[in-house]
Design a protein around this ligand. Structure first.
Ligand SMILES: Cc1ncc(COP(=O)(O)O)c(C=O)c1O
Length: 381
């Protein structure tokens, strides 16, 4: 049986060559020449004040919580429709998580509900850009500015997506990215923190470097190597940075390939969406996406399950999106109830993410799409 995987990690081709250079450089532990090269590339490509490579997006989020000195009594507003660590990175400081509803047209956090949930204790709003689609960061940024709140973008899936030609991850004071192997480009595990507000730049380097001023000492800007902040060990090895350097250099080629896959899914599936068999996420005006994912929002849970299970029986792996955090086992332990967010609860069950990786060709997309058309019609007609 033909098998179509949901994801296959991308390989650019030159990864080993750069990893070999790490041996020549004899600097393995991180924050070395390759880390700096990658940071410089990202800084220049996206006009970012400062980029710090991290060992994961989770670490970048945890660094954000430390940088903003979030703690007991503070509130962080975030979607429930997200990955666990958007929440846990803040929760571990002792703050309160306030989950906001989604806009069911594209599964992004709903700014109207965010505004409703702001209190004088709100310190952070943390949207995510699901599948590389832009959350309404312009409106969220305005809400933040009006209320003295900091915007932290969880841009784990959004490298190289733009809104009105501005890169996602640069709208907030801080932007957190993932280079996990499931992302468009990766280093197995890795991530980055975009520090868009220069006030945070020095402290961010201390926090990443185990709370020490080691980097300043190495640069000759401080003479004693000491503990100066509450930090942790947040950076990747040079092996990961070298791997990522190869990937980053072929980002444009990678994106073009993904665009072909995305466009073909659209050609195949738009007619069904136009006939209301399901819907496709609405892209905000001015949103240039990175083609990270392709997802369908079905009309109900049963239809979604039927198509997903039928695909699985045919060797095609398609997955649900996130299980909402507020109604997850951990969310329940924290006292949240499924009814707190009825739209998130309902629509999360309807999302199906389709196979999407650079090893797919147009024929694979057509094969998957034909099956989706067949099983959707079979269920609905
Ligand atoms: C929205 C979001 N935030 C955070 C993460 C965590 O990223 P990492 O695995 O790099 O820690 C993910 C992972 O996919 C994610 O989708």
């Amino acid at each position: 049986m033909r098998k179509i995987n949901f994801n296959e990690p991308y390989l650019a081709g030159q990864e080993l060559e750069y990893i070999k250079q790490v041996f020549d450089n004899k600097q393995f532990g991180g924050n070395g020449p390759f880390t700096k090269k990658v940071e410089r590339l990202l800084q220049e490509r996206y006009s970012v004040e400062k980029v710090l490579l991290t060992d994961s997006c989770t670490s970048a989020l945890e660094m954000s919580a430390l940088l903003l000195e979030i703690g007991v009594g503070d509130e962080v507003i975030l979607p429930s429709y997200t990955f666990s660590t958007t929440a846990s990175a803040f929760l571990r400081t002792g703050c309160t998580l306030v989950f906001a509803e989604i806009n069911p047209k594209n599964m992004m956090i709903d700014p109207i509900d965010v505004e409703r949930k702001i209190t004088r204790n709100t310190k952070v709003i943390a949207p995510i850009h699901y599948g590389g689609i832009a959350a309404d960061v312009v409106r969220l940024r305005k809400i933040c500015d009006e209320n003295g709140v900091t915007l932290v973008e969880d841009a784990a899936q959004a490298l190289d997506s733009y809104l009105d030609e501005k890169p996602l991850g640069t709208f907030g004071a801080l932007g957190c990215f993932s280079f996990h192997e499931t992302k468009n480009i990766h280093a197995g595990l890795s991530g980055a923190l975009f520090v868009n507000d220069s006030d945070f730049a020095d402290r961010a380097t201390y926090i990443r470097e185990r709370g020490t001023n080691r980097e300043q000492v190495l640069k000759g800007l401080a003479d004693k190597y000491s503990w100066v902040e509450l930090g942790s060990s947040f950076y990747p090895t040079e092996f990961q940075a070298a791997f990522l350097f190869a990937q980053l250099k072929s980002l444009d080629e990678n994106t073009l390939k993904r665009r072909d896959i995305y466009d073909e899914y659209n050609v195949q599936l738009l007619p069904l969406a136009e006939n209301n068999y399901f819907s496709l996420p609405e892209l905000p005006i001015g949103n240039k996406i990175n083609y990270h994912a392709y997802f369908i929002i079905f009309n109900d849970e049963l239809q979604c399950d039927y198509v997903r299970e039928s695909l699985a029986n045919d060797g095609v792996s398609a997955y649900i999106g996130y299980v909402p955090l507020h109604s997850s086992p951990m969310g329940k332990k924290l006292g949240y109830m499924p009814d707190d967010l009825p739209l998130t609860e309902e629509y999360a069950k309807r999302v199906l993410r389709l196979p999407f990786h650079n090893n797919m060709d147009i024929d694979d997309v057509q094969y998957v799409s034909e099956k989706i058309k067949r099983y959707t019609r079979e269920f609905s007609d």
